[in-house]
Design a protein around this ligand. Structure first.
Ligand SMILES: [Zn+2]
Length: 108
């Protein structure tokens, strides 16, 4: 296992990483900070697949908060008031992400 990782990094990853460290330590620091910001932002909303009321299928909407607190209904980031239920794994796989929720969160 360890051998595999070493081989991989000597062949492709290492030259890129070394150049990155030598040429742009500042850039690396900025990217690290942005990564932290993204983590903080991710904790202010969560995604949950919501089945459509009348049609088969559903949409994965974003909601405010760190996680679903078990409420029967809640307002999505895109402004819809929807019923909440524990989603199945298939819901996670098949329901597409709500574009409106996504773009609103990106714009924040
Ligand atoms: Zn939405």
């Amino acid at each position: 296992m360890l051998k595999l990782v070493t081989q991989h990094s000597t062949s492709t990853d290492l030259p890129v990483e070394r150049g990155f460290t030598d040429d742009a330590p500042e850039l690396r620091r900025i990217i690290a900070e942005q990564g932290m910001q993204q983590t903080e932002q991710a904790q202010r909303h969560f995604w949950l697949p919501i089945p459509n009321e009348n049609l088969p299928g559903g949409v994965r909407h974003a909601f405010r908060g760190a996680r679903w607190d078990g409420l029967a209904s809640a307002e999505t980031v895109c402004g819809e008031f929807v019923g909440m239920a524990q989603p199945s794994e298939l819901d996670w796989i098949y329901f597409p992400t709500c574009g409106e929720c996504n773009s609103r969160l990106k714009g924040e």
